[in-house]
Write a protein that binds this ligand. Structure first.
Ligand code: 0XW
Ligand code: MG
Length: 367
């Protein structure tokens, strides 16, 4: 099989509920970049990357330039067995992991379609049916956040990510955590995510104020060291996110003792090939994994779900139905949440075929 053409589409995704995070970070309408790899067999592979503004070293506008640079490596190459081609991609262009994530996803889609198998069968086989979802709650008034948690709980959700820090007022963050914690079942998992936006001082104050509650903290500060200091001061469990993006950072967070859980995001690691290796390392380290991406629609959601499906349930924290937070859907038949859970479909590849009418005209094509 050979890649004969590449098309790139831009799909603005609008959040059903504007999403507020710390430090002025917000998600309302953001561009998702959808990649189509066409082969000489007629089989097509689809990838997607949707960088949130100001979140990671990534931006949607960079994807076309990176693919322009990589088109000479991709065109004519055999896509089956993605790691071989991704090795050449990495040698040709250092970094730009977010753009590579879309490429790698499309290569895995092609590889699984060539084998006529659903993707999870190539990543470890069926290990977790009924993937548990968390619900992410935008950082607004504490009582509104508690209401959102209750609504999500009524739909079957049992894990709640409470966004913190949007108003830089640590006492309000304490109120947010207490309000959500009290509004849901005692057995539910509640965790507060600052997306790096808190000072070590304020995160420590919040952590100590809620230390008597069953709460986990997520990525309060910008460095692994500061996150570890917050954890050591308040004794609460800690999830790492932005600071854990490759093998070295996973090992460092583990050594600092602040990685009870970790978010594995496709575009942070640079695609499924590297995220599969991160998954295997976390199985060894014992960190519970949230397997997802930063943002996106059906392709990113389904791809992460295939890896989660192929991972032992004992090590899964949760996954995220990102496509449920935004419109439009790329594929009306793609999986959706039921009773707080979600499942991949059994179609070959990642199982998502975008509707061309939703994609519009390609922003760029390479032959
Ligand atoms: C990347 N987010 C902002 C979107 C997902 O819902 C999770 C969240 C995070 O930072 O963990
Ligand atoms: Mg996070």
């Amino acid at each position: 099989m050979k890649i004969t053409a590449i098309s790139l589409y831009r799909v603005p995704l609008t959040s059903h509920e504007t999403y507020y995070m710390s430090d002025g970070k917000t998600c309302d309408t953001v561009d998702s970049m959808v990649l189509r790899l066409i082969t000489d067999t007629g089989i097509e592979g689809w990838g997607e990357v949707c960088p949130i503004p100001h979140y990671l070293p990534a931006y949607a506008g960079g994807v076309a330039s990176a693919i322009q640079e990589l088109s000479t490596v991709l065109l004519g190459a055999d896509p089956v067995g993605p790691e071989a081609l991704m090795h050449r991609v990495d040698a040709h262009l250092i970094g730009h992991d977010y753009a590579k994530s879309a490429i790698d996803t499309a290569l895995w889609d092609l590889t699984a379609k060539a084998a006529d198998l659903p993707l999870y069968r190539l990543l470890g086989g069926l290990q977790t049916h009924d993937l548990p979802l968390y619900h992410s709650i935008t950082c607004v008034d504490p009582s509104d956040m508690a209401d959102m948690a209750k609504t999500a709980e009524a739909s079957g959700i049992k894990q709640f990510q409470v966004k913190l820090g949007a108003d830089a007022n640590w006492r309000r963050d304490v109120e947010r955590l207490v309000a959500v914690r009290e509004s849901v079942a005692i057995s539910a998992l509640v965790y507060g995510d600052w997306n790096c936006g808190a000072s070590q001082l304020d995160a420590t104050r919040v952590g100590n104020a809620v230390a008597n509650l069953d709460i986990m903290l997520e990525q309060p500060c910008q460095t692994i060291e500061s996150c570890a200091n917050v954890k050591n001061s308040c004794g609460l469990a800690m999830k790492m996110d932005e600071c854990a993006y490759d093998t070295a950072s996973l090992l460092k967070a583990h050594q600092y003792g602040c990685m009870d859980a970790v978010a594995l995001k496709l575009s942070k690691f640079g695609g499924l090939s590297r995220m599969r290796r991160a998954r295997d390392l976390c199985l060894h380290l014992g960190a519970k994994m949230c397997i997802e991406d930063t943002w996106g629609s059906d392709i990113t959601t389904a791809t992460a779900m295939h890896l989660a499906t192929a991972t032992p349930r004992s090590h899964i924290l949760n996954t995220c139905d990102l496509s449920g937070y935004v419109a439009p859907r790329l594929d009306a038949n793609a999986p959706v949440r039921h009773n707080g859970k979600i499942n991949v479909n059994d179609l070959p590849g990642h199982g998502v075929t975008p509707e061309l009418a939703v994609l519009g005209e390609p922003v760029q094509q390479w032959h």
